[in-house]
Design a protein around this ligand. Structure first.
Ligand code: IMP
Ligand code: MG
Length: 179
């Protein structure tokens, strides 16, 4: 398969599942080396981060917990500029090591909002792991601590990333073909 189509838009292959799996392992190793003497709480940002969170959480291989928050900023292929919190964190994180798991940091407004709301709950350490990072699109001040792939500001789908709710179940990542 070298093309997929959603909403009349065509996407071409971008990052293969094997390469994703390799980077997930490397990030998991870094996190394990840094935090093996704590019991981190991973916070998965729904919906997009769930495949990455599922793979990373198991690959880290140390005692850890996971929780979920749900935020939404995108409609179709672009940001609305506003972040809606659809499900918040109920866990007590004071004094804990907390690692946010995101699918992608684009403008950075989602992660900035989440980091400041979790920071207010006084964790000991707060880190951000994002599978993808679009540095050229960044408007906020929060950069991810662990990044799978830095990519240009192009719209992508697959491995959790959606176009209006579709394409999250594609094992590879695909990029919008603008030609
Ligand atoms: P930000 O607040 O602009 O950094 O956007 C972060 C959120 O927007 C991510 O968690 C994704 O859900 C969504 N998003 C950003 N870029 C893309 C993309 O290229 N494809 C699909 N979703 C995206
Ligand atoms: Mg999304």
């Amino acid at each position: 398969m070298n093309k997929v189509t959603y909403n009349g838009l065509t996407f071409r292959p971008y990052i293969k599942s094997d390469d994703i799996a390799q980077r997930v392992k490397e990030i998991a190793n870094e996190i394990r080396n840094e935090f093996h003497d704590t019991v981190p709480l991973f916070v998965c940002v729904l919906n997009g981060a769930f495949p990455f969170a599922s793979d990373l959480f198991r690959a880290v291989g140390i005692d850890a917990e996971i929780a979920f928050v749900k935020l939404k900023s995108y409609e179709g292929t672009s940001t609305t500029g506003k972040v809606k919190e659809l499900l918040g964190l109920t866990d007590d994180i004071e004094g804990r090591t907390v690692i946010i798991i995101e699918d992608i940091v684009d403008t950075g407004i989602t992660i900035e909002k989440l980091v400041s709301s979790l920071q207010a709950k006084k964790p000991k350490t707060l880190k951000v792991a994002s599978l993808l990072f679009k540095p050229d699109a960044l408007r906020g001040n929060v950069k991810p601590d662990y990044v799978g792939f830095e990519i240009p500001s192009k719209f992508i789908i697959g491995y959790g990333l959606d176009i209006d709710g579709m394409a999250r179940n594609l094992p590879d990542i695909w990029v919008l073909d603008e030609e």
